[in-house]
Ligand binder design. Structure first.
Ligand SMILES: [Zn+2]
Length: 335
């Protein structure tokens, strides 16, 4: 057996990567303290890190940790409320996407330091061979215990790797960790066959409370855009909630389905009205709007009559308000 002492090399400060580390500072994650030199430690506590120091820490700890988050630093690592002057020389600048895009490891570092995984980074990641990227993503995932970093790697699986991540995603379901339900759901939507993916997620959602279910369901399921989700909603929705209409709108709802939900009464009838209203630009949110949802297969000559018939049975102000909005925007909603 090798002696541990022999294996120890001097650790460098996680922030400047130049000095030896000699301070351990607690972070929000008790399992992952900051390991720093004295100077960087002081600068961290005074929200006065240089951009490259912020960046190096964000690669390891994510930019979402309290001492690194966006109240204190811009996305290029510039301190916004430093308690002491920050002198930034050229060598202290954080890398830009241009600087890192030709090296996959550096590009993955960069992607971890972003608050959101945006299209420009996804586009650069897609230029690499997916199996090579998958191997790097997996090894980073298992190397760290950091929740945000792991989640970002799953987002990369979702947005960049697609079906080439399917074996890995199956492995993650086998060793399911509920902490990662959301990002794992996104990776599942892009990598596994719809029925298999939905089955896994529906099973997990069974344990969710009635109050939490609508937002959890939206977050896990919106990327599937599957009519199977609408079938599931019919047997699952017990209360009205805004998230049900958001979810239904992106799952290719048909006019036939909307009519049957209206006939069914509350809560499905209210969800149907919300589903239709969510097809109007400026009503839904960015997640819904990016898909430009429509109600499909509509018999347009019947819309007014069907909606007015419903109002006869449920003539409350909020129904009236929603009907007005739908009827005013019929062209945009129905196809
Ligand atoms: Zn340092």
């Amino acid at each position: 057996m090798r002696c541990k002492v022999l294996m120890t090399v001097t650790d460098l400060c996680e922030s400047c990567k130049i000095n030896e580390m000699n301070v351990v500072e607690e972070s929000d994650d008790p399992n992952q303290p900051y390991k720093l030199c004295d100077q960087c430690h002081k600068r961290l506590l005074k929200r006065s890190l240089r951009p490259i120091e912020w960046y190096n820490l964000a690669v390891i700890h994510s930019p979402k940790k309290f001492l690194l988050h966006d109240d204190f630093y811009e996305e290029d690592g510039e301190a916004c409320q430093p308690e002491e002057d920050v002198i930034v020389n050229k060598k202290d600048k954080a890398p830009t996407l241009r600087d890192v895009r030709n090296d996959l490891e550096s590009l993955l570092d960069f992607s971890i330091t972003r608050w959101f995984l945006e299209e420009d980074v996804i586009k650069e990641l897609k230029k690499y061979d997916t199996l090579t990227t998958l191997n790097y993503v997996k090894s980073r995932f298992y190397e760290t215990n950091n929740y945000e970093v792991k989640s970002r790697l799953l987002e990369i699986a979702a947005d960049v790797l697609g079906t080439s991540a399917s074996a890995w995603v199956r492995e993650l379901w086998k060793n399911y960790d509920e902490e990662f339900l959301y990002p794992l759901s996104w990776a599942t939507a892009s990598s596994l066959p719809t029925e298999e993916g939905l089955h896994n997620i529906f099973e997990q959602l069974k344990g969710t409370s009635e109050k939490e279910l609508p937002i959890a369901a939206f977050t896990c399921l919106y990327r599937f855009r599957s009519s199977n989700v609408l079938d599931w909603m019919e047997s699952t929705c017990t209360i009205f909630n805004d998230n049900w209409g958001r979810l239904a709108a992106v799952c290719f709802p048909t006019w036939e389905r909307m009519k049957s939900w209206l006939k069914n009464g509350r809560p499905l009838s209210l969800i149907a009205l919300d589903t239709m209203a969510n097809c109007v630009k400026g009503y839904g949110d960015i997640y819904v709007q990016q898909f430009s949802p429509k109600i499909l297969g509509t018999d347009k000559s019947k819309v007014d009559q069907v909606l007015n018939d419903y109002f006869q049975k449920d003539d409350v102000p909020r129904v009236k308000m929603k009907l007005t909005r739908i009827l005013e925007n019929k062209k945009e909603i129905f196809e």
